[in-house]
Design a protein around this ligand. Structure first.
Ligand code: ATP
Ligand code: ATP
Ligand code: MG
Ligand code: MG
Ligand code: MG
Ligand code: MG
Length: 278
């Protein structure tokens, strides 16, 4: 591009590179979805169609961005985790966040009619905000994921009880809110069971646990320890890691992307899928 006298304005752009070698989480959240849910008559407390639409959009985002390792969604939010080795957009926060947000929103709108065939979208159209946070250790990242899933559990138990009191118990919103004030999880389980014969454990897994999206493959062959190759890597780190990077990218692009409703707080999920955090 030719230089012009206007080009100095480029210098006003501030760097926003995220800390290297950290797990980057981009969390997006539906803007004003309380209102949006009312407009499209989402079933309370959980509209299955809306959650499946979120999952489908997240799956599409992961398909388009192989650098994403895992994603977790609940309600109107989704967290996308970029591998700590990710160098996409030179790790510029604004680029990563805006790409996730617009890709997700694009698919949410595109896939809307398949999930809500009887309610065409009309303005104001759905939109999402987004932010990026770096987590330096696997423990921090696991704690982040646990935090979101605990949040899902607490909210869902509350909402399930709240809406049972209203829909099955004939209570008003304020009355139900008053009754639940200061109650513990055990109390809510008891209300559900004794008043409505609902065993919370039997509620759908998607509502209780949220949705985990991940690639079903093994990135690193287990049990291979090639000393010669390790030395080679040290001698020519850039070239070698580039080839490795390309190979990983190809395998990632081919991998099956699963959406499941599993416990991601306990070790089991991660122990069984060592490639996710390696
Ligand atoms: P903000 O713009 O600040 O995020 P918000 O109204 O979106 O405001 P949230 O805290 O994000 O507030 O809450 C999401 C809202 O969307 C909640 O009211 C929740 O009940 C509703 N919602 C999202 N997904 C569903 C769903 N699948 N079924 C029923 N309600 C849903
Ligand atoms: P990046 O992802 O880095 O932005 P890019 O391919 O989008 O890559 P840009 O520098 O943004 O690169 O350039 C936009 C491209 O889209 C150019 O190739 C431009 O010719 C093409 N393009 C955009 N709008 C139009 C248009 N209205 N008519 C024809 N070509 C267009
Ligand atoms: Mg918000
Ligand atoms: Mg929201
Ligand atoms: Mg939300
Ligand atoms: Mg462009």
């Amino acid at each position: 591009m030719a230089n012009s006298k206007f080009e100095y304005v480029r210098l006003f752009e501030q760097p926003d590179q995220l800390l290297p070698n950290t797990w980057v989480v981009v969390r997006i959240d539906g803007r004003g979805f309380t209102k949006f849910a009312t407009k499209y008559a989402f079933e309370k407390p959980n509209d299955k169609r809306a959650l499946e639409l979120m999952n489908a959009a997240a799956r599409a985002v992961m398909t388009e961005l192989p650098d994403i390792t895992i994603a977790y969604g609940v309600s109107d939010e989704y967290s996308f985790v970029f591998h700590k080795s990710c160098t996409l957009f030179e790790r510029r926060a604004s680029k990563l966040v805006s790409t996730i947000v617009s890709t997700f929103t694009g698919y949410y709108v595109h896939l809307w009619s398949a999930h809500f065939p009887d309610s065409p979208l009309s303005p104001p159209l759905p939109s999402f905000d987004g932010r990026a946070v770096c987590y330096p250790s696997i423990q921090n990242l696991r704690d982040y994921m646990s935090w979101r899933q605990v949040d899902c559990h607490i909210n869902n138990l509350y909402n399930t009880t709240f809406w049972a009191l209203i829909q099955l118990g004939g209570m008003g919103h304020t009355e139900a809110e008053q009754l639940l004030k200061g109650t513990y999880a055990a109390d809510k389980n008891e209300i559900l069971f004794s008043r409505f014969s609902i065993n919370y454990n039997n509620e759908p897994e998607m509502y209780k646990k949220g949705s985990v999206v991940f690639r079903d493959y093994e990135l690193v062959e287990p049990g291979t320890h090639d000393v010669a190759k390790e030395v080679e890597d040290m001698v020519e780190p850039v070239q070698q890691s580039k080839t490795q990077h390309e190979n990983d990218k190809k395998r990632r692009a081919k991998a099956r992307i699963l959406v499941e409703h599993l416990d991601i707080i306990k070790d089991d999920f991660w122990d069984r899928r060592p490639w996710l955090l390696s």
